[in-house]
Ligand binder design. Sequence first.
Ligand SMILES: [Zn+2]
Length: 448
Amino acid sequence: MEQQLLSGCDLHLHLAGSFYAEDLLAIGAPIFREVDWSSRDFLSGYNASLETALDPVQLFAEALENPEPGFAKLRAAYVFGAEDGGDFERFMWKYRLFSHLWGYGWERGKKTAVSMITQAVQHHKRQGLDYAEYRAGFWGEDDLLRQRMQICAQTLFALSDGRFTARYIVPLPRSEPLPTYQQVRQLLEEQPHVANTLVGLDFASREEGFPPKLYHEFFQQLQKDNAANPEQRLAVVYHVGETFFDKSLESAARWCHEAALLGARRLGHCIALGMDPAVAISRRPQAHEAELVSERIDQIAYDLRYAKPLRALGVPIDETALRAEQQVLSQRADDWVERPYTAPRLQEIRQRQTFVLNELAKMGTVIECCPTSNLRIGGVPDAEHHPIHRLLASPVNLCICTDDPGVFDITLASEIEWVLRHTDHTRESLAKRLGDPRRFALKPLVAA
Ligand SMILES: [Zn+2]
């Protein structure tokens, strides 16, 4: 198969979100009667959130015995579509319909785990992907955690061939990244060949409450470890600017910049850099007006540091006023500040977005844009106000990815089609603007 420049390479892909409804059925078929569906409050949570009365055993049995109406029901229970109204909690319950099975499969042992991973990867191969970086987080005590990461890496390696390469990225819990990171390092030390496939780390899941500044030491440690083990270099990808209702739009844009300054190679989403501020604040009453005093203090420090380039873009920086505000705020560090938006402030935020996008472009940082994910779970109201328009118009390195293609029932090719449908780009101009996404692979691809 001829390599497809844009639709053959997916750089933002969660393995547990990669299973389509038919994969769910194939994986569930031999085990759905054994699974304890009420454990971890799955069934009660699903039914309460989606206001339904799901019976997973009945659902699987019907889809297998009577596929004509049965499979459509399974699909409807699982796929998170446009009609689900962008409610993140509902998304998580639908996502858990598979991840509950996924968790059970891993408890069952290596054979089931390998066959589950194979199911997802074969599906991507059939779609024509030639390069994919999968993110998959595991659980368990240290030994078990390493064993599971190893199985994942080895299976992805085994599924790679001359026409398809799969790589593995380990997500780190933002609340405590170090223990998982240490297990990754230990695994690479014990099994050096795993470094062929395990090439990166991801800061994922809930971002609100976890400012990039928390991870300075972590990145320093990582740099040191990378310098000491060049064969086992790990690069970082970082979800940021996706959900940011806890702060001002200035801070949301700043976080994207700070994540890049930490040394993250690619940033997931960055809706905060591409969505127009007037649209962002229209999403909820008083949206983005309140933030922690600590965030405001950090923003003031940032504005003082970048006063010159911000001014050059038309953002007025009054250093005397900022220092006075800094002085007052330093007395009330645990409090919240509220700052309503005005038209000039919204215009300044547009310039701040431009500033950060230009800085990312200079640093070579890549933004991974996931169109459907942003619409369904990223709080982007519609295609017209999608951040992609602004990102495409900027000089930033950009790639189009799927995030959770199975749960959204999309493909990378359908995402590229979405971009062509909703922007003025032609296939040729889009290819020219984006270039080959494989150049952003966390470990350079060696020609087969
Ligand atoms: Zn993601």
